[in-house]
Design a protein around this ligand. Structure first.
Ligand code: GSH
Length: 227
């Protein structure tokens, strides 16, 4: 049996999708959080892009391998670990799911711009982009509760951490992003109740996210509702 270590950061949504996959599979793993503002040398030596997550795999015979890129890590875990399947068996549906996982990464890119916006114009542009993306997803969703129906999949592992941002953002203002998107809202609710999604972060996550917004002087903290 191999020993798995997820090299992580407290807030990273890409780390969370790997953690959710491990938790869904019931695989024991160790998590090491690093400071991305002061990356340790040992991390820089093993991370080709200087990014988390990394999955370190240590075999009983002493062999060691490090994987980078969250989607690659999730796919590797899906292929090698027993437990519930997180991809559909049908090749076409599986390929479609992979497309929506990529779509989730593009939502994360808009979210970064949204949470680090310095002025109203930047915020408005990202606000519109997010509404457009979630409107597109509304059209792809089934009756739920999960992305593909009754079964939790890797697409859900990608979107759980995305929706989590709005637990805090909803308290600050701009609460209309999901207006009229009934399937998206229902999906968000189902993911927020899933044990793996809840347990993919530490208890101090909301406080750390707030500190991140403060550090970036985010305009989200200066919206009327937040004052
Ligand atoms: N495409 C990568 C993205 C990972 C990523 O952007 N990680 C961020 C933290 S959320 C990171 O490590 N940033 C550090 C840096 O870019 O210096 C993946 O899916 O794993």
């Amino acid at each position: 049996m191999s020993r798995l270590t997820l090299i992580s950061h407290h807030l990273c949504p890409y780390v969370q999708r790997a953690a959710i996959t491990l938790l869904e599979k019931g695989v024991p793993f160790e998590r090491i959080n690093i400071d991305l503002a002061d990356k340790p040398d040992w991390f820089l030596k093993i991370s080709p892009l200087g990014k988390v997550p990394l999955l370190r795999i240590e075999e009983d015979d002493g062999r060691e391998e490090v994987l980078f890129e969250s989607s690659v890590i999730c796919e590797y875990l899906e292929e090698t670990q027993s437990g519930a399947a997180l991809h559909p068996t049908d090749a076409l549906t599986r390929a479609r799911h992979r497309g929506w996982m990529e779509f989730g990464s593009s939502v994360l890119s808009d979210l970064w711009g949204y949470e680090t916006a310095q002025d109203g114009a930047q915020l408005e542009a990202k606000h519109k982009a997010l509404i457009a993306k979630f409107t597109t997803i509304e059209g792809a969703l089934t009756d739920g509760p999960y992305f593909g129906g009754a079964t939790f999949s890797l697409v859900d592992a990608v979107f759980g951490p995305i929706f989590r941002y709005f637990d805090l953002f909803d308290t600050l203002g701009n609460r209309d992003i999901f207006d009229g998107l009934e399937r998206v809202k229902r999906w968000r609710g189902a993911l927020s109740e899933r044990a793996s999604v809840r347990n993919a972060i530490g208890e101090d996550y909301p406080q750390r996210l707030m500190e991140f917004l403060e550090k970036h002087n985010s305009i989200l903290l200066r919206l009327p509702a937040a004052a």
